[in-house]
Design a protein around this ligand. Structure first.
Ligand SMILES: Nc1nc2c(ncn2[C@@H]2O[C@H](COP(=O)(O)OP(=O)(O)OP(=O)(O)O)[C@@H](O)[C@H]2O)c(=O)[nH]1
Ligand SMILES: [Mg+2]
Length: 332
């Protein structure tokens, strides 16, 4: 289950106070000012990271406080800087003010970094205030206060890619292998009843993939689960047809392709204008007779649809599949 919203409060650290101190040493009367500066308060930093897939962490902890800067001291010693709090959020997280919900930052891809609350500056020690007219300044600064900010974190999961296939083709197995989604998988049709979303990472990039229920011939007439759930992939840019090419499939690979194409066409012809690729699945079960899969391969080549032979179960060729998928998604 994806947690898609959290209200969280943050406080950056206070800057440390500057010191007022005078050098005291034997034989050096009036040693002059030597009070050091206060340290800087810690920042609150958010970064979008592939390690993080949901906002679950913020469900358990809703308040984060960065460290305060230490005070300066004599002999020009500066205070230590307060520790930053660096938190990971998933790509797709939007940060808004609370409660008026104005946009502060949009983590629309991985590797972004936002300082949400800056730590206070350290105050300067009296060593800085020495001048020709004042050799013994008593002046030193207080550290700047940190900021307190309350924000809404919202995770927008918009699928970029939809997995489309007959029941039992292995769509859920595939999404479970390429993302952290853990949908139910079983050896019977219509295991998946509601869409599953998973975040797929590849190098420094990520995208959201949707696994939807299987499509049968006649789905447009309401057979099986019907086609209503196709609205979940209406806004994706890419479709992957997951086709069972093993000898145990209910239909030959070419026929599966035609059924899928036909049903999508009847639901909404626009769907077929999306970028399309084929994942020829269950190659681990394939026998030496390649006639059927070769027919599909030739057909796809003619239509310039990339085809990758995979075994979602064994994990074969999944990197290759992701490579093509991400090239589609964001051409290099
Ligand atoms: N041998 C083999 N079996 C696979 C492979 N991929 C999936 N399966 C099996 O095929 C069956 C169906 O897999 P699912 O991932 O549930 O299929 P699905 O397309 O999500 O099915 P629905 O949700 O019912 O539409 C399961 O028993 C899987 O273990 C594969 O690459 N090789
Ligand atoms: Mg499924």
């Amino acid at each position: 289950m994806f947690i898609d919203r959290a209200v969280v409060s943050f406080r950056s650290g206070d800057g440390g106070d500057g010191s007022r101190s005078f050098r005291r040493e034997r034989f050096i009367p009036r040693g002059g000012p030597d009070g050091g500066d206060g340290g800087k308060g810690g920042d609150i930093v958010l970064v979008s990271s592939p390690v993080c897939q949901s906002l679950t962490d913020f469900k358990f902890q809703r308040r984060f406080v960065a460290g305060n800067g230490g005070a300066g001291s004599g002999r020009k010693r500066s205070g230590r800087n307060g520790a930053d709090v660096v938190l990971r959020v998933p790509a797709g997280t939007v940060v808004k003010t609370f409660p008026d919900e104005k946009l502060i930052f949009d983590f629309d891809r991985l590797g972004l970094r936002c300082v949400l609350a800056r730590g206070g500056k350290g105050g300067r020690g009296n060593v800085h205030f020495k001048s020709s007219v004042n050799r013994a300044p008593r002046r030193c600064e207080k550290g700047e206060k940190g900021e307190t900010i309350q924000v809404v974190l919202e995770l927008k999961l918009i699928a970029h890619t939809g997995l489309v296939g007959l029941p039992n083709a292995g769509k859920s197995t595939l999404i479970s292998r390429i993302s952290s989604a853990r949908p139910k998988i079983a050896a019977y049709p219509f295991t998946t009843l509601t869409p599953n979303l998973g975040v797929v990472a590849f190098r420094d990039r990520s995208m959201v993939v949707a696994d939807i229920p299987g499509i049968l011939e006649g789905a447009h007439r309401g057979e099986g689960m019907g086609l209503e759930f196709l609205r979940h992939i209406e806004r994706t840019r890419i479709l992957i047809f997951v086709i069972d090419v093993s000898p145990f499939a209910s239909l030959a690979p070419m026929d599966s392709f035609r059924v899928l194409e036909n049903e999508l066409q009847r639901y909404q012809p626009q769907l077929l204008k999306k970028k399309l690729m084929v994942a020829a699945n269950k190659v681990d079960l394939a026998d030496s007779d390649r006639t059927a899969i070769d027919a599909l391969r030739i057909f796809c080549r003619r239509r310039r649809i990339p085809l990758v032979e995979i075994s979602a179960l064994r994990g074969t060729n999944l990197e290759k599949l992701k490579g093509i998928l991400f090239r589609f998604h964001e051409p290099e």
